[in-house]
Write a protein that binds this ligand. Sequence first.
Ligand code: KG4
Ligand code: ZN
Length: 363
Amino acid sequence: MRILAIETSCDETAASIITATDDRIIVQSNVISSQVKLHAQWGGVVPNLAAREHTKNIIPVLTEALTTADTTRDTIDLIAVTQCPGLIPALLSGVSAAKTLAYAWHKPLIGIHHIEGHIYANWLSADRMIIFPALALVVSGGHTQLILMSHHCHYVIIGETQDDAVGEAFDKVARILGLGYPGGPIISARAQKYADTCKENPLTLPQPMRSSGDFNFSFSGLKTAVLYLVKEYRKKNHLQEKDALPEDFIDQVAHAFQSATVDILTFKTLRAAKKYAPRSILLAGGVSANTQLRLSLGDMIATDLSDKELFVPALPYCLDNAAMIATAAYYRHQHMSKEVRESLTLQWKTLQAYAHHPLENVK
Ligand code: KG4
Ligand code: ZN
């Protein structure tokens, strides 16, 4: 079946066309127009600016998706769109475009949960079968969750952040260190620079909730620890707020922050895997692009959980994209009742965007 998907939940306007069968997903186009440069001036995503850009970009992005896939609307069997969670003005741009296309082209329409899309990015890249039950570690700009999947499109959240999401913490720490936005890739590069030149990092940062006994996380305290460390450093070295921090100090703090973050994520994933005995472990969300996290989970599985398989999305599918939304739509469509499937033809009338919606409740 051929699916056209749209994703506009945050600051990427994305459209993709996939052809899916149970054996194989072929990505025919995966177009992403990023607004990162625009939002970087403000140090984070401005919802109304994002919506304005989505509205401007959505038609060119859709046109390019169809052209690259070398196809027309006639071959599309299903339209999918990110419906939740996200910034409402941004989500509405994609949802309105998808509803208009579904109405005008007489196509069924399906709303997809953004996090479900990130999880299904693993099915896009997997070179072997993903066997259930699976445990997903979701790490994005808005979410940090451990999720159990007993079968397709069924989710039980067993732990989540009590405050900041891990991607948000990367972004905030980058801001404290005077680095740009988004923070994840820059912190990761700075941490690597430190690791390449220094063997041991004498600086260690706290890992909140490490001994909490549950599968929840907290990253706000870690971010505050970096803030106080930097304040202290400025005071000791007579540096004003406007003065740039020395490069080697930035590298060292970036390394300590990334190490603490990766360590706590790996530690809680290992504990959850020991308790729930999944066959597969999936990494999902924008922070899944982090090399250290990918390596650390790989090492943990090789050492402690060699009977389990780790899946990580291919790099082009880690950050927000519409191919992952199309893939989630395929599996959802395959696993829905005939009645619900038939109702998709009238979704152009009723589909709504939601800022928040629990993944466990998606239908
Ligand atoms: O999933 P995503 O693209 O958007 C949301 O759904 O939130 O994730 C974006 C987040 C940002 O916070 C960004 O800093 C982080 O992913 N990120 C990374 C890396 N690349 C992106 N964090 C750590 N290391 C990276 N290499
Ligand atoms: Zn995302």
